[in-house]
Design a protein around this ligand. Structure first.
Ligand code: SAH
Length: 387
């Protein structure tokens, strides 16, 4: 195994428990896409890692020991991961959740999500991708009941982004359960699946009281999963706004899956900033406004980034919020700390009175590396606004 020395700063980070490695951690990277032994500046052994190009960082520390990536190594990782999710496994009400989450389960660059009897495996770099046969073999040993798997390629260099990987093929679309609510999902159509599993606790709060009798506006709605949760939780009316034309039929599919008539549920294909203007002009008000933008978006007219522009979403939401209304403000930007996010929210509220009811972060199936704030990317505030 090749040896590499890391900087003193990187050694401290690794000792704290951070697993994500950065190109800055090394003076000389050498050959990537291989297992390496990491050493500190004084020649002390730090652990086994791999280096590979991905959308963030340059690789991952895997263990503080000397290890080999054998089938049995992955079997024990998967057994550990399975144990952590025993509550999910024994639930009849939730059949879709994350089985394996990167460094939270001690192997960065890999996630595995369960959708009923099927799994979706995401490869974040070519090193894990090259190990996929071994990983699938180990996975099937620990999860023999999983009928089939699909893969998503989340790095550049392979000519496809989604494919069937092993076992049976899943129906083109099928429904999964989350907290008793049905969602229509698809395994093999681009990188998305119809639902973002990391938001299950936010949807639960909408199912369990937050939306009861309320009018709900769902901004950046994608497949309107928050709206269907709100509708199942007794919302009087929901309005889902997304720029993507396809969002309409995908949203309808979630409602159909639950046999919910959509007379009081509206799907609007529009830029959210245009919709804010429209709602203001028409004098529309909403009791609950959910805001869940992508970290970064660009359309013909403007760019949006959570770090700079989130406050605009808040101030415009306040304008069309009923008195004593609720804003659910979410971001999945890992480069934005809780403090920075709150500063954006504060800027948006200005002098408007408000109180924070709750901060939700990743649910327990999205195991995080507690030593690394970067792995704890989700932040969702529920805020009561007194106008
Ligand atoms: N809230 C969703 C996930 C949102 S994903 C859920 O819980 O499932 C981000 C969505 O924002 C995408 O569907 C994208 O089409 C939409 N989007 C991006 N920029 C937008 C804009 N300016 N106006 C409306 N929708 C936008």
């Amino acid at each position: 195994m090749n040896k590499l020395h890391v900087s003193t700063l990187a050694e401290k980070k690794i000792r704290r428990g951070v697993q994500l490695l950065d190109s800055k951690d090394f003076q000389n990277l050498g050959e990537i896409n291989q297992l390496i032994a990491l050493y500190g500046q004084s020649g002390n052994f730090l652990g086994t890692a791999y280096l590979s190009v991905q959308n963030k960082g340059i690789g991952w520390l895997l263990s503080k020991d000397k290890i080999q990536l054998t089938k049995s190594y992955f079997v024990s990782l998967f057994e550990e991961a399975r144990k952590k999710r025993s509550t999910y496994e024994s639930s009849d009400l939730t059949t879709a959740y994350r089985l394996f989450n990167q460094d939270g389960d001690n192997f960065g660059g890999l996630t595995i999500d369960l959708y009923n009897d099927f799994v979706l495996i995401s490869w974040y770099n070519s090193f894990v991708y090259d190990l996929r046969l071994l990983i699938v073999e180990a996975f099937q040993e620990v999860f023999p009941n999983v009928k089939g798997g699909y893969e998503k390629i989340r790095f550049k260099g392979v000519g496809y982004e989604s494919s069937h990987l092993f076992g049976h093929e899943a129906p083109t679309t099928f429904t999964v359960l989350e907290n008793g609510v049905k969602y229509s999902v698809f395994m093999n159509d681009g990188l998305m699946t119809g639902i973002f599993l990391d938001q299950h606790e936010v949807r639960d709060s909408l199912v369990n009281g937050l939306a009861l009798g309320k009018t709900v506006l769902n901004m950046f709605s994608y497949t309107a999963a928050f709206s269907v949760a709100a509708a199942m939780g007794g919302a009087a009316e929901t309005t889902s706004v997304d720029l993507a034309k396809r969002s309409r039929e995908l949203s309808q599919a979630h409602f159909d899956a639950n046999a919910l008539p959509t007379d009081n549920h509206h799907f609007i294909v529009m830029d959210v900033f245009e919709y804010f203007k429209y709602a203001k002009r028409k004098g529309l008000y909403f009791d609950v406004i959910v805001i869940d933008p992508p970290s970064f978006a660009r359309n013909k007219k403007q760019t949006f980034s959570v770090t700079k522009d989130y406050h605009k979403l808040i101030s415009q939401a306040v304008d069309i919020l009923s008195s004593k209304g609720i804003i659910i403000a979410s971001t999945n930007a890992s480069n934005v700390s809780i403090g920075q996010f709150k500063a954006q929210l504060e800027k948006g509220f200005g002098n408007t009175k408000h109180s924070y009811l709750d901060l939700k972060q990743l649910p327990s199936d999205f195991a995080i590396n507690t030593a690394d704030e970067n792995s704890n990317y989700l932040k969702v505030y529920t805020i009561k606004v007194k106008k």
